[in-house]
Write a protein that binds this ligand. Structure first.
Ligand SMILES: NC(=O)c1ccc[n+]([C@@H]2O[C@H](COP(=O)([O-])OP(=O)(O)OC[C@H]3O[C@@H](n4cnc5c(N)ncnc54)[C@H](OP(=O)(O)O)[C@@H]3O)[C@@H](O)[C@H]2O)c1
Length: 294
């Protein structure tokens, strides 16, 4: 039995589709099972409830060989510790108690760098991994740079103004990956019972790109000029506050973006194993462009 959390989320639903394709039995944790895809619903066992509820995770992990653990974004949480570490503690206890053999988490790049201790959401993700690793289960943390799919949040600005925004310097090159590649890496690990021990698995996409280079690719794929605009951290924070984010999350996003602008995402060596296939151009053609033309 393989347990998949966040089965309605961007990554989780792609992990679920891949694991179901393998024919393995699957159990999901869902707050609202009616949100599951209608083709998926009859093919999975559902444990209804929240992932931070000990009774829910205990039921879900009973007899599980492997667990896919994704901490859902909770931008209204009072602290990052609450959103990542405290949120994961009941699952860690259940992993230990139920003797789950393998755990695969969704986390972030940066461990071992001087920036990792002051990188907001990334710092919290790494602390969450420590809680999962302390269970003693065989463990792989998928560690990611910023997702290509984050640009979907700026689809209106790209379509209507021909612009996208971030706080990162226009010329700073960093890896970026597609959520489909994260899902592929997760499914591969969940379906493979030959690995053991504990390690990080970077998911770096095929190339490092700057925001200016991404703007050039966007312009070519969309057939119209798209420009990148760097914005000051204070303007970024004001925008997050307007969206109702808690002050803890606003500061944490700002700290993470500062760390990324100083090279947080550049520390993991690019090798054939850490590179993943979907290029930014391919992602723009196959994911972003269809969304913009709806
Ligand atoms: N974006 C980046 O660049 C980046 C980089 C590195 C790492 N990450 C990590 O990637 C993750 C985001 O993944 P994603 O984009 O797939 O998230 P997502 O699309 O926002 O999905 C999260 C899902 O979690 C479910 N959920 C929320 N609260 C829950 C709860 N208490 N119990 C059970 N389910 C709950 C929601 O489902 P319902 O609403 O249906 O309940 C939602 O579908 C975060 O952990 C983030 O730290 C992101």
């Amino acid at each position: 039995m393989i347990v998949i959390t966040t089965p309605t989320g961007a990554i989780g639903q792609q992990v679920l589709a891949r694991v179901l394709d393998s024919g393995q039995p699957v159990r999901v944790i869902a707050r609202d099972p009616s949100r599951l895809d209608s083709h998926v619903r009859p093919r999975v066992e559902v444990v209804e409830g929240s992932q931070d509820d000990k009774a829910v995770v205990s039921r879900a992990f009973a007899g599980a060989a492997a667990v896919f653990w994704l901490p859902p974004p909770n931008p209204k949480a009072a602290s990052l510790e609450a959103a990542y570490v405290d949120f994961t503690r009941p699952a860690a206890e259940a992993i230990r108690e139920q003797g789950v053999r393998r755990v695969v988490s969704v986390s972030a790049l940066g461990r071992g760098t001087p920036l990792a201790g002051h990188a907001g959401l990334v710092t919290a993700s790494l602390a969450m991994d420590d809680v999962l690793a302390a269970t003693g289960a065989h463990f792989r943390a998928l560690v990611m740079p910023s997702f290509m799919d984050n640009l979907l949040r700026q689809k209106d600005a790209i379509r209507d103004q021909g612009m996208f925004f971030s706080t990162i310097a226009a010329g700073r090159r960093a890896p970026t990956c597609a959520t489909r590649d994260i899902a592929a890496a997760a499914a591969r690990l969940l379906l493979d019972d030959s690995w053991s021990g504990q390690a990080e698995v970077p998911v770096l996409g095929p190339a490092d790109l700057s925001n200016d280079e991404m703007a050039q690719i966007l312009s070519e794929v969309l057939g119209k000029p798209v420009r990148y605009q760097q914005i000051p951290l204070d303007a970024f924070k004001a925008r997050l506050r307007q969206n109702g984010m808690s002050e803890a999350f606003v500061q944490s996003y700002a700290d993470m973006m500062s760390a990324k602008d100083q090279g947080l995402d550049n520390a993991a060596p690019r090798t054939p194993e850490t590179s993943t296939p979907t290029s930014f151009r391919q992602w723009c053609e196959e994911v972003l462009k269809p969304v913009l033309s709806r």
